[in-house]
Design a protein around this ligand. Structure first.
Ligand code: S0N
Length: 279
Protein backbone atom coordinates (compact mmCIF):
# COMPACT_ATOMS: atom_id res chain seq x y z
CA UNK A 1 0.00 0.00 0.00
CA UNK A 2 2.47 2.66 -1.09
CA UNK A 3 1.51 5.99 -2.57
CA UNK A 4 4.82 7.85 -2.69
CA UNK A 5 3.42 10.49 -0.33
CA UNK A 6 5.93 11.68 2.30
CA UNK A 7 3.75 11.63 5.40
CA UNK A 8 4.84 13.77 8.38
CA UNK A 9 3.89 12.18 11.70
CA UNK A 10 2.86 14.34 14.67
CA UNK A 11 1.07 14.08 18.02
CA UNK A 12 1.70 11.81 20.99
CA UNK A 13 -0.64 8.86 20.59
CA UNK A 14 -0.60 5.20 21.65
CA UNK A 15 -3.57 3.81 19.68
CA UNK A 16 -3.51 5.85 16.49
CA UNK A 17 -1.08 7.49 14.06
CA UNK A 18 -1.63 11.04 12.83
CA UNK A 19 0.14 12.13 9.67
CA UNK A 20 -0.16 14.95 7.18
CA UNK A 21 1.16 15.71 3.70
CA UNK A 22 0.10 17.76 0.67
CA UNK A 23 -3.06 19.10 2.34
CA UNK A 24 -4.19 15.62 3.42
CA UNK A 25 -4.40 14.30 6.99
CA UNK A 26 -4.19 10.54 7.44
CA UNK A 27 -5.53 9.08 10.69
CA UNK A 28 -4.69 5.40 11.25
CA UNK A 29 -6.22 3.23 13.97
CA UNK A 30 -3.14 1.35 15.15
CA UNK A 31 -4.26 -1.75 17.06
CA UNK A 32 -3.66 -4.47 14.43
CA UNK A 33 -3.43 -7.18 17.13
CA UNK A 34 -7.23 -6.83 17.62
CA UNK A 35 -8.07 -6.01 13.99
CA UNK A 36 -8.01 -2.30 14.96
CA UNK A 37 -10.87 -2.60 17.45
CA UNK A 38 -11.32 0.62 19.39
CA UNK A 39 -11.21 1.09 23.16
CA UNK A 40 -12.02 4.38 24.98
CA UNK A 41 -8.38 5.56 24.65
CA UNK A 42 -8.53 4.97 20.86
CA UNK A 43 -11.66 7.08 20.61
CA UNK A 44 -10.20 9.93 22.71
CA UNK A 45 -7.16 9.97 20.43
CA UNK A 46 -9.26 9.81 17.26
CA UNK A 47 -11.32 12.75 18.47
CA UNK A 48 -8.14 14.71 19.21
CA UNK A 49 -6.67 13.92 15.77
CA UNK A 50 -9.89 14.84 13.92
CA UNK A 51 -9.91 18.14 15.83
CA UNK A 52 -6.29 18.77 14.81
CA UNK A 53 -7.17 18.08 11.16
CA UNK A 54 -10.24 20.32 11.38
CA UNK A 55 -8.25 23.20 12.85
CA UNK A 56 -5.32 22.87 10.41
CA UNK A 57 -6.09 25.29 7.58
CA UNK A 58 -3.57 23.47 5.37
CA UNK A 59 -5.66 20.29 5.56
CA UNK A 60 -8.50 19.93 3.05
CA UNK A 61 -9.22 16.20 3.08
CA UNK A 62 -8.95 13.60 5.86
CA UNK A 63 -8.32 9.88 5.37
CA UNK A 64 -9.40 7.43 8.09
CA UNK A 65 -7.82 3.99 7.90
CA UNK A 66 -6.56 1.02 9.90
CA UNK A 67 -3.02 -0.27 10.37
CA UNK A 68 -2.01 -3.24 8.23
CA UNK A 69 -3.99 -4.89 5.48
CA UNK A 70 -6.15 -7.21 7.60
CA UNK A 71 -8.63 -4.70 9.00
CA UNK A 72 -9.91 -1.15 8.78
CA UNK A 73 -11.63 -1.55 12.16
CA UNK A 74 -13.48 -4.39 13.94
CA UNK A 75 -15.58 -2.12 16.18
CA UNK A 76 -15.66 -1.88 19.95
CA UNK A 77 -13.01 -3.93 21.77
CA UNK A 78 -15.08 -6.81 23.14
CA UNK A 79 -12.30 -7.81 25.53
CA UNK A 80 -12.77 -4.68 27.64
CA UNK A 81 -16.55 -4.46 27.29
CA UNK A 82 -18.02 -4.22 30.79
CA UNK A 83 -21.59 -4.39 32.06
CA UNK A 84 -22.63 -0.99 30.74
CA UNK A 85 -20.04 -0.05 28.13
CA UNK A 86 -16.31 -0.13 27.42
CA UNK A 87 -13.88 0.09 30.34
CA UNK A 88 -10.85 2.31 29.78
CA UNK A 89 -8.01 3.33 32.08
CA UNK A 90 -9.48 6.73 32.81
CA UNK A 91 -11.08 8.12 35.98
CA UNK A 92 -14.60 7.26 34.80
CA UNK A 93 -13.69 3.59 34.36
CA UNK A 94 -12.01 3.55 37.77
CA UNK A 95 -15.44 4.37 39.23
CA UNK A 96 -16.68 1.19 37.53
CA UNK A 97 -18.56 3.09 34.81
CA UNK A 98 -18.26 2.06 31.16
CA UNK A 99 -18.30 4.29 28.10
CA UNK A 100 -20.18 4.29 24.76
CA UNK A 101 -18.33 7.21 23.24
CA UNK A 102 -17.97 6.10 19.63
CA UNK A 103 -21.18 8.03 19.03
CA UNK A 104 -19.31 11.29 19.72
CA UNK A 105 -16.77 10.35 17.05
CA UNK A 106 -19.51 9.56 14.53
CA UNK A 107 -21.08 13.00 15.10
CA UNK A 108 -17.64 14.64 14.84
CA UNK A 109 -17.02 13.04 11.42
CA UNK A 110 -20.45 14.15 10.20
CA UNK A 111 -19.96 17.72 11.45
CA UNK A 112 -16.37 18.13 10.30
CA UNK A 113 -16.56 20.57 7.38
CA UNK A 114 -13.97 18.76 5.25
CA UNK A 115 -14.42 15.51 3.30
CA UNK A 116 -13.50 12.40 5.31
CA UNK A 117 -12.54 9.35 3.25
CA UNK A 118 -12.54 5.82 4.69
CA UNK A 119 -9.65 3.85 3.20
CA UNK A 120 -10.63 0.23 3.85
CA UNK A 121 -8.43 -2.84 3.61
CA UNK A 122 -9.68 -6.04 5.25
CA UNK A 123 -12.48 -6.02 7.79
CA UNK A 124 -14.84 -3.09 8.38
CA UNK A 125 -17.05 -4.86 10.89
CA UNK A 126 -19.46 -3.85 13.70
CA UNK A 127 -18.75 -0.35 15.01
CA UNK A 128 -15.89 -0.24 12.46
CA UNK A 129 -18.43 -0.68 9.70
CA UNK A 130 -20.49 2.18 11.12
CA UNK A 131 -17.41 4.42 11.07
CA UNK A 132 -16.93 3.92 7.31
CA UNK A 133 -20.68 4.51 6.77
CA UNK A 134 -20.29 7.87 8.57
CA UNK A 135 -17.37 8.89 6.33
CA UNK A 136 -18.15 10.92 3.20
CA UNK A 137 -16.54 8.44 0.80
CA UNK A 138 -15.17 4.90 1.03
CA UNK A 139 -12.34 3.54 -1.10
CA UNK A 140 -12.08 -0.22 -0.66
CA UNK A 141 -9.29 -2.66 -1.37
CA UNK A 142 -10.27 -5.87 -3.12
CA UNK A 143 -9.74 -7.77 0.16
CA UNK A 144 -12.22 -5.59 2.11
CA UNK A 145 -15.07 -7.25 4.00
CA UNK A 146 -18.05 -5.38 5.34
CA UNK A 147 -20.73 -6.27 7.86
CA UNK A 148 -22.51 -5.73 11.16
CA UNK A 149 -22.28 -8.21 14.05
CA UNK A 150 -24.46 -6.56 16.72
CA UNK A 151 -27.26 -9.16 17.06
CA UNK A 152 -24.55 -11.86 17.18
CA UNK A 153 -22.43 -10.30 19.93
CA UNK A 154 -25.12 -8.56 21.97
CA UNK A 155 -25.03 -4.98 20.69
CA UNK A 156 -26.63 -2.75 18.08
CA UNK A 157 -26.26 0.77 16.74
CA UNK A 158 -29.73 2.25 16.29
CA UNK A 159 -28.35 5.65 15.27
CA UNK A 160 -26.22 6.32 12.19
CA UNK A 161 -25.39 2.60 12.13
CA UNK A 162 -29.02 1.80 11.33
CA UNK A 163 -30.63 4.68 9.46
CA UNK A 164 -27.61 6.18 7.70
CA UNK A 165 -26.88 2.66 6.46
CA UNK A 166 -30.51 2.40 5.28
CA UNK A 167 -30.14 5.75 3.51
CA UNK A 168 -26.97 4.47 1.84
CA UNK A 169 -28.04 0.99 0.68
CA UNK A 170 -31.85 1.05 1.01
CA UNK A 171 -34.14 -0.23 3.75
CA UNK A 172 -34.35 -3.87 2.69
CA UNK A 173 -30.59 -4.27 2.34
CA UNK A 174 -29.93 -2.47 5.66
CA UNK A 175 -32.32 -4.84 7.43
CA UNK A 176 -30.58 -7.82 5.81
CA UNK A 177 -27.15 -6.54 6.89
CA UNK A 178 -28.26 -6.12 10.52
CA UNK A 179 -30.65 -9.06 10.93
CA UNK A 180 -28.44 -11.72 9.30
CA UNK A 181 -24.97 -10.39 10.26
CA UNK A 182 -23.44 -11.66 7.02
CA UNK A 183 -20.16 -10.42 5.58
CA UNK A 184 -20.01 -8.82 2.13
CA UNK A 185 -17.01 -8.64 -0.17
CA UNK A 186 -15.72 -5.44 -1.75
CA UNK A 187 -17.42 -5.93 -5.13
CA UNK A 188 -20.76 -6.73 -3.50
CA UNK A 189 -20.37 -3.63 -1.34
CA UNK A 190 -19.79 -1.50 -4.43
CA UNK A 191 -22.78 -3.03 -6.19
CA UNK A 192 -25.04 -1.98 -3.28
CA UNK A 193 -23.63 1.58 -3.16
CA UNK A 194 -21.81 1.04 0.14
CA UNK A 195 -18.40 2.01 -1.27
CA UNK A 196 -17.31 4.37 -4.03
CA UNK A 197 -14.71 2.21 -5.72
CA UNK A 198 -12.72 -0.99 -5.34
CA UNK A 199 -9.01 -1.22 -6.17
CA UNK A 200 -6.31 -3.88 -5.80
CA UNK A 201 -4.92 -3.83 -2.25
CA UNK A 202 -1.47 -2.67 -3.39
CA UNK A 203 -3.04 0.40 -5.04
CA UNK A 204 -5.34 1.36 -2.13
CA UNK A 205 -3.41 4.32 -0.76
CA UNK A 206 -2.37 5.55 -4.21
CA UNK A 207 -6.02 5.60 -5.35
CA UNK A 208 -7.29 7.18 -2.11
CA UNK A 209 -4.67 9.92 -2.36
CA UNK A 210 -5.64 10.49 -6.01
CA UNK A 211 -9.29 11.03 -4.96
CA UNK A 212 -8.10 13.37 -2.18
CA UNK A 213 -5.96 15.36 -4.62
CA UNK A 214 -8.92 15.69 -6.98
CA UNK A 215 -11.04 17.12 -4.14
CA UNK A 216 -8.21 19.44 -3.07
CA UNK A 217 -8.40 21.08 -6.52
CA UNK A 218 -12.01 22.07 -5.81
CA UNK A 219 -13.38 25.05 -3.89
CA UNK A 220 -13.10 24.28 -0.14
CA UNK A 221 -16.15 26.39 0.68
CA UNK A 222 -18.24 24.66 -1.98
CA UNK A 223 -17.22 21.24 -0.59
CA UNK A 224 -18.03 22.43 2.94
CA UNK A 225 -21.48 23.64 1.94
CA UNK A 226 -22.21 20.45 -0.02
CA UNK A 227 -21.23 18.23 2.91
CA UNK A 228 -23.45 20.33 5.19
CA UNK A 229 -26.33 20.28 2.73
CA UNK A 230 -26.22 16.53 2.10
CA UNK A 231 -25.99 15.80 5.84
CA UNK A 232 -28.66 18.37 6.79
CA UNK A 233 -31.35 16.31 5.04
CA UNK A 234 -30.73 13.30 7.26
CA UNK A 235 -29.47 15.04 10.44
CA UNK A 236 -32.65 17.07 10.86
CA UNK A 237 -32.45 20.07 13.20
CA UNK A 238 -28.84 19.29 14.17
CA UNK A 239 -27.86 19.23 10.49
CA UNK A 240 -29.73 22.47 9.83
CA UNK A 241 -27.94 24.08 12.79
CA UNK A 242 -24.59 23.23 11.21
CA UNK A 243 -25.73 24.43 7.78
CA UNK A 244 -27.17 27.65 9.28
CA UNK A 245 -23.85 28.24 11.05
CA UNK A 246 -22.08 27.98 7.70
CA UNK A 247 -24.55 30.46 6.20
CA UNK A 248 -23.74 32.87 9.06
CA UNK A 249 -20.01 32.40 8.43
CA UNK A 250 -20.50 33.27 4.75
CA UNK A 251 -22.62 36.28 5.72
CA UNK A 252 -19.89 37.49 8.13
CA UNK A 253 -17.52 37.40 5.16
CA UNK A 254 -19.73 39.82 3.19
CA UNK A 255 -19.31 43.62 3.02
CA UNK A 256 -22.95 43.92 4.02
CA UNK A 257 -22.44 42.15 7.37
CA UNK A 258 -19.17 43.98 7.95
CA UNK A 259 -20.98 47.30 7.44
CA UNK A 260 -23.26 46.37 10.39
CA UNK A 261 -20.25 45.55 12.57
CA UNK A 262 -18.33 48.71 11.54
CA UNK A 263 -21.34 51.00 12.07
CA UNK A 264 -21.75 49.65 15.62
CA UNK A 265 -18.06 50.19 16.41
CA UNK A 266 -18.08 53.69 14.82
CA UNK A 267 -21.35 54.60 16.62
CA UNK A 268 -23.10 55.58 13.38
CA UNK A 269 -26.20 54.48 11.46
CA UNK A 270 -25.40 51.45 9.22
CA UNK A 271 -25.64 52.23 5.49
CA UNK A 272 -27.41 49.06 4.40
CA UNK A 273 -29.10 50.96 1.52
CA UNK A 274 -25.78 50.52 -0.36
CA UNK A 275 -26.54 46.82 -0.76
CA UNK A 276 -28.90 45.33 -3.37
CA UNK A 277 -32.20 43.68 -2.45
CA UNK A 278 -31.34 40.55 -4.41
CA UNK A 279 -34.03 38.81 -6.48
C1 S0N B 1 -13.41 -9.28 12.31
C2 S0N B 1 -13.51 -10.78 12.41
C3 S0N B 1 -14.65 -11.31 11.54
C4 S0N B 1 -12.17 -11.38 11.89
O1 S0N B 1 -12.14 -12.76 12.06
P1 S0N B 1 -10.73 -13.56 11.94
O2 S0N B 1 -10.04 -13.19 10.68
O3 S0N B 1 -11.05 -15.00 12.16
O4 S0N B 1 -9.80 -12.98 13.10
P2 S0N B 1 -9.93 -13.25 14.66
O5 S0N B 1 -9.06 -14.38 15.06
O6 S0N B 1 -11.34 -13.31 15.10
O7 S0N B 1 -9.31 -11.87 15.23
C5 S0N B 1 -7.90 -11.65 15.32
C6 S0N B 1 -7.62 -11.12 16.71
O8 S0N B 1 -8.31 -9.88 16.87
C7 S0N B 1 -9.20 -9.96 17.96
N1 S0N B 1 -10.39 -9.15 17.70
C8 S0N B 1 -11.05 -9.02 16.54
N2 S0N B 1 -12.07 -8.20 16.68
C9 S0N B 1 -12.08 -7.80 17.97
C10 S0N B 1 -12.91 -6.92 18.71
N3 S0N B 1 -13.95 -6.25 18.16
N4 S0N B 1 -12.62 -6.74 20.00
C11 S0N B 1 -11.58 -7.36 20.56
N5 S0N B 1 -10.76 -8.19 19.92
C12 S0N B 1 -11.01 -8.40 18.62
C13 S0N B 1 -9.53 -11.46 18.09
O9 S0N B 1 -9.99 -11.78 19.36
C14 S0N B 1 -8.18 -12.05 17.76
O10 S0N B 1 -7.29 -11.95 18.86
P3 S0N B 1 -6.92 -13.26 19.78
O11 S0N B 1 -6.44 -14.28 18.81
O12 S0N B 1 -5.88 -12.73 20.71
O13 S0N B 1 -8.20 -13.62 20.46
C15 S0N B 1 -13.69 -11.25 13.86
O14 S0N B 1 -12.52 -10.94 14.57
C16 S0N B 1 -14.87 -10.63 14.55
O15 S0N B 1 -16.00 -11.01 14.30
N6 S0N B 1 -14.59 -9.70 15.46
C17 S0N B 1 -15.58 -9.10 16.32
C18 S0N B 1 -16.39 -8.06 15.57
C19 S0N B 1 -17.40 -7.46 16.51
O16 S0N B 1 -18.34 -8.13 16.91
N7 S0N B 1 -17.21 -6.20 16.89
C20 S0N B 1 -18.00 -5.52 17.89
C21 S0N B 1 -19.37 -5.06 17.35
N8 S0N B 1 -19.92 -4.11 18.25
C22 S0N B 1 -19.44 -2.88 18.26
O17 S0N B 1 -18.57 -2.48 17.54
C23 S0N B 1 -20.06 -1.98 19.27
C24 S0N B 1 -20.65 -0.78 18.59
C25 S0N B 1 -20.44 0.41 19.39
O18 S0N B 1 -19.30 0.68 19.66
C26 S0N B 1 -21.62 1.28 19.74
C27 S0N B 1 -22.72 1.32 18.95
C28 S0N B 1 -23.80 2.12 19.29
C29 S0N B 1 -23.78 2.85 20.43
C30 S0N B 1 -22.63 2.85 21.22
C31 S0N B 1 -21.57 2.04 20.88
C32 S0N B 1 -20.41 1.95 21.73
O19 S0N B 1 -20.17 0.81 22.16
O20 S0N B 1 -19.71 2.97 21.95
Amino acid sequence: MVSGVKWQRSGEYSDIIYETAEGIAKITINRPEVHNAFRPQTLFELQDAFNAARDDSEVGVIILTGAGDKAFCSGGDQKIRGEDGYMGDDAVARQGIGRLNVLDLQVQIRRLPKPVVAMVAGYAIGGGHVLHVCCDLTIAADNARFGQTGPKVGSFDGGYGAWLLAETVGLKKAREIWYLCRQYGAQEAQDMGLVNTVVPLERLEEETVAWAREMLEKSPLALRMLKGAINAVSDGAAGMQQFAGDATMLYYMSEEAQEGRDAFKEKRRPEFERFPRRP
